[in-house]
Design a protein around this ligand. Structure first.
Ligand code: DX5
Ligand code: ZN
Length: 220
């Protein structure tokens, strides 16, 4: 099945050159990317630490693209104001990190951002049955979060199909984003399964021509 809509692309800054972020953000500004995906890690929820708010303030100043913040941290509800202050359009929290997910979703919306919820690979889609209509974006992790440049987990494709089915059945407006191990071949399968936004880190930044790679993904 081929889909007659343009996929949105969110290159992950985690794979950029941190020694010259300004150059890579400039490249993204000139590209067909729709968002810049920001992977915020705390070394507790995931076994890695990436960057924090002082760095992201600078990213916000340079970026002409919407910011898509993916919080891989415990208790993300504590940081709604900080995420808003770095100019994020979307704040995505992990289902597994939020014992009071309904409250956290509403806090994010009240702060004027789109509320995203992410599922780790092992977390089933059916757990969203009750909250799906309140979620603006659902991020399916197709690798175990914490690191870039990992291999796509094949069963994630079926989770995208299940999620699409849930969204249609519930009449929800939730968009589906997929994150981890995305390349052109996998991207095509994900688009056909119902994905709306693809995150791509190493596939974009390690390619010979990142701008052209973003265009290729955009035209899947
Ligand atoms: C993983 C992050 C991803 C990662 C994707 O914890 O959430 O956004 O940067 O990187 P690639 O595309 O290289 O798998
Ligand atoms: Zn991410």
């Amino acid at each position: 099945m081929s889909v007659n809509r343009k996929i949105q692309i969110a290159p992950s800054l985690l794979a950029a050159n941190f020694g010259n972020l300004e150059k890579d953000i400039q490249m993204l500004n000139e590209s067909e990317a729709d968002f810049i995906h920001l992977d915020i890690m705390d070394g507790v929820f995931v076994p890695n630490i990436s960057f924090g708010f002082p760095v992201l303030e600078f990213v916000n100043k340079l970026s002409k693209k919407s910011l898509d913040a993916h919080l891989m941290i415990v208790d993300p509800g504590k940081f709604v104001n900080e995420v808003k202050a770095i100019g994020a359009e979307i704040m995505t929290v992990h289902y597994e990190a939020c014992p009071h997910l309904d409250r956290t979703i509403h806090q994010i919306k009240e702060a004027g951002m789109k509320a995203g919820v992410s599922l780790n690979p092992h977390t089933p889609v059916h757990l969203l049955e009750e909250v799906i209509n309140d979620i603006d974006l659902l991020l399916i992790m197709s690798v175990n979060p914490g690191f870039g440049n990992q291999k796509f987990i094949p069963y994630s494709l079926d989770k995208v199909r299940q999620l699409k089915e849930l969204i249609v059945r519930k009449g929800a407006k939730t968009v589906i984003e997929v994150d981890g191990g995305v390349n052109l071949e996998i991207g095509k399968l994900l688009v056909d399964a119902g994905a709306d936004i693809l995150v791509a880190g190493s596939f974009v930044f390690k390619s010979a021509d990142p701008k052209q790679t973003i265009s290729a993904l955009k035209n899947l």
